[in-house]
Design a protein around this ligand. Structure first.
Ligand SMILES: *Cc1c(COP(=O)(O)O)cnc(C)c1O
Length: 398
């Protein structure tokens, strides 16, 4: 019944709210940058953007987007294969492929689409995908859309990966593809790609890596997690986004050997049936890659900022997940507590978000902070002070 449907919808919303899991959206009235203006007039310092290199408001990036719009228009009103391919698309595909060290690349409206697109055309029911249990939702959806047999291994657990590879081989898989995030976004942990590469060799498996939280700032010149561990040649398929460190606009890509990309152009459904990237996006992304590649100073600053925040928070007595990535989760356990602390911090001018189930496991609610090269030391020290003050108010710290 229709009435029953609408009642269920509101009941579900009420249930989400009662469990403290409603995700509020703050309305921002400025560009994405460390110092934000909210629509209600408040000025806050942002610690929850994926703006790792601070390129989202970079003058050159904005100017490149404007110029591309001036010369190439607002958009293509077409998918790529009909009348949607501009020289800018070809330039961006070549540029991102060479940046991450692959032969070719194919663009998507988002990395969510890239991950949804990548498995189904390449693997069939004779094949197997062995997927990390903490992989991004878009990989999970992409795997679901593919007919290959599915195996799951415990997050970053090489022993369990081997168990699953053995099972896939025992079941007669034709081709096995291991799929993993390069960096797990809720924890800031790196995938053990060197160990994965070794197992992939032993079990004759392909490797797919989603480097959304790495491209631009992890590895030499920001070329990614596989280069960081010197196994780039062993990774067959890379996916990533222009919506994070590389300017923050939007858009995703798959990079791989040329025939793989050629086949995806013929068969990948989110590519075949969705509009081409807009000139403002291709133009600004091209400039962002240039700045990222040349941005050793930005990467150094990002590392320094992450170390400074970590050290300050540890000294203040917070429980952090260990690591070196600019994703720094402050562990709180309880979902409502994480929400309450985030809300209190906003009153103190620090913009962070509490993450809870189902985004992270039940009972492991946290505030995920993310550092940027654009943060000043004063902003970072101010955030540590605000965390301490708010945590004392809420009884989080003894
Ligand atoms: C952000 C993210 C995506 C989605 O990227 P979009 O370009 O925003 O769609 C996919 N995978 C991972 C690991 C991510 O962190």
């Amino acid at each position: 019944m229709r009435a029953g449907f609408y009642t269920r919808v509101t009941d579900t919303l009420d249930d989400i709210a009662a469990r403290g899991l409603t995700k509020p959206e703050h309305v921002i009235a400025s560009m994405q940058r460390p110092s934000l203006k909210l629509k209600d007039g408040r000025e806050v310092v942002n610690f929850c953007a994926n703006n790792y290199l601070g390129l989202a408001d970079h003058t050159d990036v904005i100017e490149a987007g404007r110029e591309a719009m001036r010369t190439h228009g607002a958009g293509m009103a077409s998918v790529r294969f009909i009348c949607g391919t501009q020289d800018l698309h070809k330039a961006l595909e070549a540029r991102i492929a060479s940046y991450v060290g692959k032969e070719d690349a194919i663009l998507f409206a988002a990395c969510f689409d890239a991950n949804a697109a990548v498995f189904e055309p390449l693997l069939g029911e004779e094949d197997a995908i062995v997927s990390d249990s903490l992989n991004h939702a878009s990989i999970i959806d992409g795997v679901r859309l593919c007919k290959a047999k599915k195996y799951r291994f415990k997050n970053a657990d090489l022993d369990d990966l081997e168990t699953q590879l053995k099972a896939a081989r025992a079941n007669g898989a034709r081709t096995i593809m291991i799929a993993t995030d390069g960096v797990f976004s809720m924890d800031g942990y790196f995938a053990p790609l060197d160990g994965i590469a070794e197992l992939a060799d032993r079990y004759d498996a392909l490797i797919m890596v989603d480097d959304c939280h790495a491209t631009g700032f992890v590895g030499p010149k920001g070329s990614g997690t596989a280069h960081r561990l010197k196994v780039a040649d062993r990774v067959d398929i890379l996916t990533g986004t222009f919506g994070k460190a590389l300017g923050g606009a939007m858009g995703g890509y798959i990079a791989a050997r040329k025939p793989v990309i050629d086949l995806l152009r013929q068969r990948a459904r989110p590519y075949l049936f969705s509009n081409a990237l807009a000139p403002a996006v291709t133009g600004s992304s091209l400039k962002a890659i240039d700045l990222a590649e040349a941005g050793d100073d930005l990467r150094e600053r990002l590392t320094t900022n992450a170390q400074r925040f970590r050290a300050g928070m540890q000294k203040a007595g917070f429980r952090l997940l260990p690591g070196s990535h600019p994703i720094i989760p402050v562990m709180l356990g309880d979902a409502k507590l994480a929400q309450a602390l985030a809300a209190r911090l906003l009153d103190h001018g620090v913009y962070v978000i509490g993450f809870s189930y189902p985004v992270v496991p039940d009972g492991q609610a946290r505030i995920r902070t993310q550092m940027s090269a654009a943060h000043t030391f004063a902003q970072i020290d101010g955030a540590v002070a605000a965390f301490s003050a708010c945590a004392l108010e809420l009884g989080v710290l003894a």
